[in-house]
Design a protein around this ligand. Sequence first.
Ligand SMILES: *Cc1c(COP(=O)(O)O)cnc(C)c1O
Length: 350
Amino acid sequence: MSWAGVVDQYRARLPVGDTQAVTLHEGNTPLIEVPQLAREIGLDARVFVKYEGLNPTGSFKDRGMTVAITMAAAAGSRAVICASTGNTSAAAAAYAARAGMKAFVIVPEGKIALGKLSQALMHGAQVLEVKGGFDEAFEVVSGVAEARPVTVVNSINPYRLQGQKTAAFEICDTLGRAPDFHILPVGNAGNITAYWMGYSEYHDEGITSSRPRMMGFQAAGAAPIVEGRRVEKPETVASAIRIGNPVSWKQAEAARDESGGAINAVTDEKILDAYKLLAATEGVFAEPASAASIAGLIALHEEKVISAGATVVCTLTGHGLKDPTTAIDVNGGSTKIPADVATAIKVMGL
Ligand SMILES: *Cc1c(COP(=O)(O)O)cnc(C)c1O
């Protein structure tokens, strides 16, 4: 039987009763071992990437959105609204279309990666760009939702995190155990909260005998949890984690502390190095924010945090094609030549 999507696959573990799922068959993403990357950075551990870019709209946001839209549709909601750095809007627009609902998305002006903006528009969402960042966009969303009957599908919607915890189930189902370390980027901090919830549920039921240390990474220019204070003007090339005041701040700190983990910062330079390294050594293309987990892996290895032989999972939150502009920029584009064999051979250095 083909994979039915996270609601039907994990229905007994989700607060959905027997509600009919609104699904695009999200989830069941590959857990890919990346030995060449590990060797390249000199790390003697088993490293896997959970390639969430292969979800239907190209990010892990689909896991939460299927549950949020399923429940909104069942409650008779006709419209959903969200603030977004891009991927939430793409997922909201797609799942709302699937459910026959209207989607409104509020995004920071000029800061949305091309792929994400195209998706929201193609799925028929009304896209409003506001001056400011995610935090300002979210204030507009909250205000509209107080005044009008629209369902907020940002991660304050508890169904989002419920859906997202299924990624932890899949990892344990695939490995037959929990990893020793789980490394992931942190923006609004919903995903680190959701993974910890998923790992803890499997552990509490005795399905797994341990839980990983949760290692979150923020971009240095947008690191409120690391600095312990709200960042007024967050800046980073990793637009999906350009967040100054995380919605799930407290829950993320709890996940960090209960798991014996850490939330640290990585610079944009290290993020972009990791972004290129992953794509070039393993053929896996993830967006810049996702590469914060690989930059984090490298930093933890340099700090000798990861013991030899450990099992490590890094979440690659979104697909590299989401942000073609950055991909082309970091490589300086292509080389232009006349349509001539001799020139081609010469330029190729063959
Ligand atoms: C949403 C998102 C994040 C951040 O996840 P949070 O739950 O907000 O911490 C990271 N990477 C990508 C690609 C995202 O879309």
